[in-house]
Design a protein around this ligand. Structure first.
Ligand code: KG4
Ligand code: ZN
Length: 363
């Protein structure tokens, strides 16, 4: 069950996110009644640094974080209208993610925390995604989260802060990764998700009958690598591709993944109702792929049929940002959690192991 907050005072957190290719910082306040408000949220995307390489290059990402993070933090503070004395604690992504980038953000957070004598909160990046809907929509626990990003595709039962149960995950590629790989093999720019969605609008989604991986199985896992291979083979068979054919492939691929996500989400909601009788089902979608309108429309249908509420935070808060890390830090801090300055960055860190690390009390 969800733990009760131990503080009734207002708390303001600086949040830092550097686990992939966004250098981000934000200032978020958690009000005494538990609602959140974003005072500033600065995101610098590294898309241009990585454009020539067709994907994120970890070493370049870490260097760009080093170069820009201090300035981004100062901008976030300036735009918040506060000075350092108005910040109660510093939160940073401590994993999972590209370790070079995570180290830049976490080490900077430790330095700021030490210099100001303020507490540090080492946040699991996935926990940031998981709790965003409480910042944007004040959603109550428990709820079901579908996280679909460039690195993750999973269903998680969010029972409380630090209390997560993973119900299914991808056994190969993440959904955003599948979008990016399909885009790459069609010669589209990275990140591919938005490009595929744009071109799919003018394409014929029935032109190619791509496979719907694991669709008939009862499990809540995903698999996208076979679908990606089917797309590659179809593209190679008719190469060189006309613009029309590229659009048709994008539309057919997007239709396949939307159907898989919809069918899986319907099963996950069924499990939610069976496991948590009497609780109104809520499905929260998080991660960059949540910005996809075809997938969103399919999920809306699923939610309607299941009599569930669907919550999709605004795109800027679905993709990586500092506000989600500040908010997760605020939720943890309100429960009495703080972390040691010796907390080590974690390249892998499953969400169900995002333990509370409560400083002075239990549940
Ligand atoms: O959450 P996010 O910003 O970063 C990670 O933590 O991975 O997600 C980025 C992913 C990329 O793979 C990108 O192609 C995908 O989200 N994405 C989309 C769309 N917008 C972003 N995929 C499909 N349709 C979109 N509109
Ligand atoms: Zn993310």
């Amino acid at each position: 069950m969800a733990r009760q907050a131990t503080t009734t005072r207002q708390i303001t957190i600086l949040g830092i996110e550097t686990s992939c290719d966004e250098t981000a910082a934000a200032v978020v306040t958690r009000l005494a009644d538990g609602r959140g408000t974003i005072r500033s949220n600065i995101v610098r995307s590294q898309i241009e640094e990585h454009a020539a390489f067709g994907g994120v290059v970890p070493e370049l990402a870490a260097r760009a974080h080093v170069e820009h993070l201090d300035g981004i933090i100062l901008r976030a503070l300036a735009e918040s209208g506060l000075n350092w004395s108005g910040i109660d604690a510093i939160a940073a992504t401590a994993g999972p993610g590209l370790i070079g980038g995570v180290l830049v953000g976490l080490t900077t957070a430790k330095a700021v925390a030490a210099a100001l004598g303020k507490p540090l909160l080492a946040v699991n990046h996935l926990e940031g995604h998981a709790l965003t809907a409480r910042l944007t929509d004040g959603v109550a626990f428990p709820y079901l989260m579908l996280l679909v990003s460039g690195g993750h595709s999973q269903f998680v039962l969010v029972r409380g802060v630090g209390d997560y149960q993973r119900w299914g995950t991808t056994i190969d590629d993440a959904l955003g990764e599948a979008f990016d790989k399909v885009a790459k093999l069609l010669g589209l720019a990275n990140p591919g998700g938005p490009q595929v969605e744009r071109l799919a609008r003018s394409g014929d989604s029935k032109r190619f009958a791509f496979p719907r991986p694991l669709l008939r199985e009862a499990r809540l896992d995903f698999s996208f690598s076979g679908l990606k291979t089917a797309v590659r083979l179809a593209a190679e068979a008719i190469a060189p591709l006309t613009e029309r054919e590229v659009a048709d492939i994008c539309a057919s691929f997007q239709a396949a993944v939307a159907e898989v996500v919809a069918v899986r989400s319907a099963s996950a909601l069924q499990r939610f109702k069976a496991d948590l009788p009497g609780v109104s089902p809520v499905l929260v979608v998080a991660g960059g792929v949540a910005a996809n309108r075809t997938i969103g429309a399919a999920l809306l249908e699923v939610a309607k049929t299941a009599n569930a509420q669907l919550i999709v935070p605004p795109p800027a808060l679905c993709t990586d940002n500092g506000a989600m890390i500040a908010w997760a830090g605020a939720e943890r801090f309100a429960l009495g959690a703080v972390d040691s300055l010796s907390f080590a960055a974690r390249p892998r860190w499953p969400l169900d192991l995002a333990d509370m690390r409560i400083a002075d009390h239990g549940p």
